[in-house]
Design a protein around this ligand. Structure first.
Ligand SMILES: C[S@@+](CC[C@H](N)C(=O)[O-])C[C@H]1O[C@@H](n2cnc3c(N)ncnc32)[C@H](O)[C@@H]1O
Length: 325
């Protein structure tokens, strides 16, 4: 398919009422051997309706259905991934997919924090695979973090607080920064129930430039890829990491199999998140990610949890950055 850049810039909404109304969700989504490659927003909306049907069956079914389609087209990206043009192309693509420009306000997820405190993710999925994988991933991450009690930890994007609460229960002093106030209320409630203290701050990743304290570890677990200016975020790390400290990136989509240095992911799960919710879903080539960290003085080590190496989520991959000698 010839997919000239003008299609993104033209913001042509190809969703028609007829297309939506004629897309009948199937009760039992079929999983084809190879994922279908979608090229239009109309077809994407049909695929998302099928995801709704899968979600109505179970979380496992939804995750299986994510694997049934993706989008792919030439992006005509500028060669320099640090250039303003490259960045503009990614955010044009986001706007075309979501229908509105990116704003951190799009990252919110409405839910009742008190209800969620009883059955936070992953338990509410009721999936043995998802619950098991997440517990293994958090165990692996905590072992990789290797922090003594009393360590100061800055955790960005803590979400449901699974890692946050585990670290706090180990005696770490955790500061949790999230854009979504409901997640912070949930963490406050979970901390209260476990009689531990967590400092919660509502804010964007850009808070890194304002913090006036240092930490023994800065943690990103499945959230770095939501950052709208990951280059500024990496540039800000040096200020907040104490001497001898580390930065840990876990469960992030960092992989040399990714088709460009950095940019929007166009797999089924990411498309669902971008189009339906407006969440920014970026991916990174490992060599680009390492190069960026290295330019800011960080040496990066990678470790992969053997138990999770085949899992789709990538939860078991941990990158640990320490200041280079
Ligand atoms: C996929 S969840 C990860 C939650 C948790 N770390 C985990 O792995 O279970 C992504 C988290 O990043 C947060 N987030 C998204 N955009 C953000 C932003 N711009 N600044 C701070 N947090 C953000 C979301 O609110 C959410 O809590």
């Amino acid at each position: 398919v010839n997919w000239p850049s003008i299609k993104f810039r033209g913001r042509s909404r190809e969703v028609t009422r007829a297309a939506l109304e004629t897309s009948v969700p199937t009760a039992q989504p079929e999983v084809p051997a190879a994922p279908a490659v979608i090229e239009t927003l109309a077809d994407l909306d049909v695929a998302l309706r099928k995801l709704d049907a899968a979600a109505a069956i179970s979380d496992d079914e939804l995750r299986r259905a994510f694997e049934t389609f993706s989008m792919r087209f030439p992006l005509d990206l500028p060669a320099d991934p640090d250039s303003p043009d490259y960045r503009a192309r990614q955010f044009d693509l986001y706007e075309w997919l979501h229908g509105k420009p990116y704003s951190t306000a799009n990252e919110v997820s409405g839910f009742d924090p008190m209800q969620a405190a009883d059955a936070p993710f992953p338990y509410h999925t009721k999936s043995a695979q998802t619950v098991g994988n997440q517990l293994i991933a958090i165990g692996y991450l905590i072992r990789a973090l290797d922090l003594p009690a009393g360590s100061r930890v800055l955790e960005f994007g803590p979400g449901w607080g699974n890692t946050t609460i585990a670290l706090a229960r180990m005696g770490c002093q955790v500061t949790a920064v999230d854009i979504e106030a409901n997640f912070l209320k949930l963490i406050d409630e979970r901390a209260r129930r476990k009689h531990v203290t967590v400092e919660t701050i509502q804010g964007d990743f850009s808070l890194i430039a304002e913090l006036d304290r240092q930490f023994d570890a800065v943690l990103f677990f499945e959230c770095f890829h939501h950052c709208s200016d990951h280059q500024a975020l990496v540039a800000g790390l040096d200020r907040v990491v104490a001497p001898g400290g580390k930065v840990v990136f876990a469960g992030e989509p960092i992989d040399d199999g990714f088709s460009m240095p950095w940019g929007l992911r166009l797999d089924g799960g990411s498309l669902w998140s971008i189009r339906r919710h407006g969440w920014l879903e970026l991916g990174f080539q490992e060599r680009y990610f390492r190069g960026l960290l290295s330019r800011h003085g960080w040496d990066v080590e990678k470790s992969v949890c053997r138990e999770l190496s085949g899992a789709v989520t990538g939860w078991g991959t941990v990158f640990t950055a320490r200041r280079g000698s």
